[in-house]
Design a protein around this ligand. Structure first.
Ligand SMILES: [Mg+2]
Length: 181
């Protein structure tokens, strides 16, 4: 099966955070709080996926209040933070949403993502992902983590599903409502 056939079956897109939705940088404040930056292009991509009728989720090893707020703003339905064993959470997500692994797309960057990458129907790696992740992924982004890789992955799925032209027309509205990105 080629990558387009795989992408056509997707109903839900799940993402890693550090190194995938971010470039992996952490700014540590004196009180220990961590700051990271997210990319508006990825945020817009997530909204486009929702416009196309796909749902989204996040599985991350770290925990942050800021991510909770961002996920809420972007209406990401499944947010799992502080997760050491991502494959266990994947099973939970499959049960909860009544989906099969081939209906899930997942994008990640490092070894903690490997088991999930090997399990889902359509796996993506950011351009600067670990070689092992790239080896087992069906789609390798030209963009790096935090620099629009997630957007690229989502657009590929929407194009494969012939939904890109439809959701693109809604793009201007999204830009007008920029505060939501
Ligand atoms: Mg990561």
């Amino acid at each position: 099966m080629n990558e387009k056939d795989r992408a056509r079956k997707i109903k839900m897109i799940i993402m890693d955070v550090d190194g995938t939705l971010t470039d992996g940088s952490l700014l540590i404040l004196p009180d220990g709080e961590e700051l990271k930056s997210y990319n508006v292009k990825d945020g817009a991509g997530i909204l486009l996926a929702h416009l196309a009728g796909l749902s989204t989720g996040i599985i991350t090893g770290k925990t942050s209040k800021a991510l909770e707020k961002r996920a809420e703003k972007l209406k990401i339905s499944d947010l799992y933070q502080g997760i050491l064993n991502k494959i266990e959470v994947l099973s939970e997500i499959l049960d909860k949403n009544e989906l099969k692994p081939e209906q899930i797309a997942y994008i990640g960057d490092d070894l903690g993502d490997l088991e999930v990458i090997k399990t889902v129907g359509f796996a993506g790696a950011v351009a600067d992902a670990h070689p092992e992740i790239k080896k087992h992924s069906h789609f390798i982004c030209s963009k790096t983590g935090g620099k629009g890789a997630v957007r690229e992955f989502i657009e590929f799925i929407l194009e494969a599903q012939d939904k890109w032209q439809t959701v693109k027309s809604g793009f201007k509205d999204l830009i007008d409502r920029r505060e939501r990105l």
